[in-house]
Write a new protein. Sequence first.
Length: 304
Amino acid sequence: MFTARTRKGLGVLAGLAVASLALAGCGASSDPLSNNGGDASASSAEIVVGSQAYFSNEIIAEIYAQALENSGLTVKRQFQIGQRDAYIPLLEDGTVTVFPEYSGNLLQFFDKETTARTADEVYAALPKALPEGLEVLDQSSATDQDSYTVTKAFADANGLTTIADLAKVTTPLTLGGNAELAERPYGPTGLKSTYGVDVQFSATGDTTVDDLVAGTIQVANVYTADPRIKTDNLVTLEDPKGLFLASNVVPVVNSKVASQVSDILNKVSAALTPEGLVELNVKSTVDQQSSADIAKAWLADNNL
């Protein structure tokens, strides 16, 4: 769903990578709903790391798994589980004990009426929203969320760093994204009310980044972990007023294993940056590397 519609579609772009990811699970169960390691007696001896059926999430899960193994813990992988309605119950009952999550989306899963928007607000609200038995560790600065993005050339020409800077652009602006963006609270109306920026809107759908690079739109609704941010030399504009719901990468864990894994995973979170997550995704979608190889190299590069 990187360009508001196509992030999951990148699984098609990375077909070979996704296939290799499943094989690279280092002994992961082929059945994500199996209960191996899920009982209380096993939980103290074995950490079960899960992932969504999404290549970027699986890369982070593999980083968690290898970091834990490097610290001497026994780890089982249950990757490619699916969405929250499938894996949250597994976290609650201890079948899965560690999972890479996205703070804002996780918060909204449990508290649909939350008013938290910025990274700090969302992270502060999570402990109260999570059910008993689950907790989050330190969040990363890396995000995978909606953003407004421009080409580097356009940013440099107009001195753009934040969304607010768009208000000083003197030429007309066209915003591109999927058709639903026109009615979203962070769409053109929200952009105007929050930052005082006037834009025309173009429903670009799956060609959003192509249109941005071609110059037919000047601002695009792109996910912050989209590998094309690196490959097409794009700039994600900062959002100091929280127009978009912040979704930082954060480990969610079953409380029974928190003391075993917190120090290790907090070091991972401290090292994982927005640019670093984009680079990891490039290694998957462009370089066609497996999650295991990507994770091993990243951990070595970061002395973890």
